[in-house]
Design a protein around this ligand. Sequence first.
Ligand code: ZN
Length: 756
Amino acid sequence: MKKRHMYTALALSLIAGRSGAQELHKCASDEMHAHYTKANPKVTEAENELNKSIEAFLAAKMPMAGIAARTTADGGHHDTDYYDIPVVVHVIHAYGAENVKDSNIYAMIASMNKFYNKQNDLSGIIAPFRPYIGNAKIRFHLATIDPDGRPTTGITRRLSYLTNGGDDQAKMDLWSPRNYYNIWIENKIGMTPAAGTTLAYSTFPSSAEAFPYTDGVITGYSYINDGNTMEHETGHFFNLMHTWATSGAGVGASCGDDLVDDTPPTKGHFSTCNLWDTACATNYYKLYPSISGTLDSLVNYPDTTNTQNVMDYSSCPHNMLSIGQVWRMRATLNSTIGGRNNLWDTANLRMTGALAPRPDLPPITDYISRVAASTAIAKFTFPGVPLFFANKSWRDTIVSSTWSYTNSANTPMVSQTSIAAYNTAFPVSFADPGWVTLTMAVTGNNSGTTTTAYNKAVFVADQEGINPLATPYVEEFDATGKRDKWPFFNYYNNEFRWEQANVGMYDNSCMMYRGYDSRTAPANFTGTPQGDYDDLFSTVYDLSAYTPGKCNLFFNYAGASRSALTTEINDSLYIDYSVNKTHSWVPLAAMGKAELCNRGAIATEFVPTSASDWATKSIAIPEAARKSYVVFRFRYKPGVNTTTLRSTGNNFYLDRVSVSPWAVEVNDVAMGNVAVRIQPNPAHGDAWVVVKDAFATTASVTVTDIAGRVVYRTTEALSGNGARIKIPTETIATPGVYLVQTISGSQVNTQKLVVQ
Ligand SMILES: [Zn+2]
């Protein structure tokens, strides 16, 4: 979506305009609202309707006592009800600090409750505004019943790379926004270089009307306990504007208002607590019609701005809501726009369990495994080389945990007990190659033990490598090969991943990277692959016997792009290698769009249907990789359209991987007394081997591709000097280089055939 760039650009221009240190852009709610408004006219319609219903609500609630109602310290509302709001908090994380503890979330809710019930520290509010401090009487409750009717603590967690600025795309696991106030916590807002300069943003009720699946607040984790950010964003959620918002400009630019009378016009303040600022507020008053309509009444509001208002950007230690803001929120809570009136409905409170005490639920097991001194998830290792595991279980205070590891024969390998400390990493190494199952039993301090088995938690490579010089080896990814020793990992558990496919170059098996984006926009517009990566590891090779210039990694591949615009195709395949059982991966080759998409643009899901869909890749293996223990890693990074954030690539297929001494250039072998010629060469269709041998009566022709696989073999009678032996087109359908070996009598001839 455009919004990311749009609001970042705005944030940057604001920062640039201030010609000084970079300021934190507190909130991108206005920029996001502008984006939503542009994207769908329904937002403006909803906004107009909401404003009308606010007017009607205020008129009904303050019919006779306009002035008093607008200036009485307790809000003047005869409306004394409390509004109870069910909340769900979704933590979108990659196991970093953004994976905040439950206790941080409880503290966040407690802080919001204090603020929205006028129980925060208001002692520093300057005198002119003390009469205008409002009490919203809104209470927030983490839900105790989830949308499926199951008990919950009102917190969900999801592992995702989108924690790094995924924003609307990171708003996964939405619970119906008409039933729950959804709050997402991510690492930081915004994927661009300006990431981190925006703290959070909220939807307004009107944009929620058109884009319900984005409805709620998303915030960087650093700000959830600052006593201000969530209070500010929640104001937007209930339709409060920035105090300068009608200026149509950014904070500090020009005088504006917020459709609330008792917050005087202001330019807003950028991280400064300028308590006395009269620039827009001098001689500020409002005239209200009197009860009888014959005489207007004048209310002389403060002649300085309400810098301490929570909807300013100022960094004041004390923050307030005004009475007028409270009225605006309560009016919004009585409107159907954005479904805000349904949140506090009695039936909804019962359905979401909002008023019930938080249940004691058994812990949810969770962990991360990684290479030492790295934060990235790792699940592939070498025999005897440890991975570091850390306990990330939650929903209860963990008092003990047991970790047991079994190999593919279900034989216990390693057992660790009493790893209680949250996040303390401990090393585990494995002797047996193959898949490891981790069984984790976690005991909470008051509600029992949860045991979870994680199949394929780790893959341990073989002890020794295969030498293809001694044992010819082409990996076809079929059941007869070694595909079980080619592990692949979908680290973030999404639809973009390596998987085995039932198509192939010559058979019905290969590896596929599922890059085709099946998400339908805009109905389910979260979870962009931007930022994702997935790994396929090779089996272990012993390349020590290869000689310089005669060691090449070969494979066939078939790929396409979803988009016809080459400028927006950004898929990449990175091939790295590791030697000597180390976790340091060395770049060998990178394939970009020009190579990967050999079949061009295909709008539908790409599946290769004939051998001609496949291309060949050969990569010279350098001396540093010609060791006795070598593993290759194929890391696929799907690209996206930067506007829609949908994948622009398509499925990518990898087949027939081998290491071969044949370089692409093969020298013709000199003949003895036999003349052999291939024609046409280059070929496109059938090719012919013409044999002139005065002595032999038969000749054998063997055609292999550059990976060493035999694609055609025949023995035929030589009918005279200059006999022709056909190489059928279907056997050499894939463009590339083939080796044609002709044996007649005792003479062996090998020539290169180029197929175009
Ligand atoms: Zn804001």
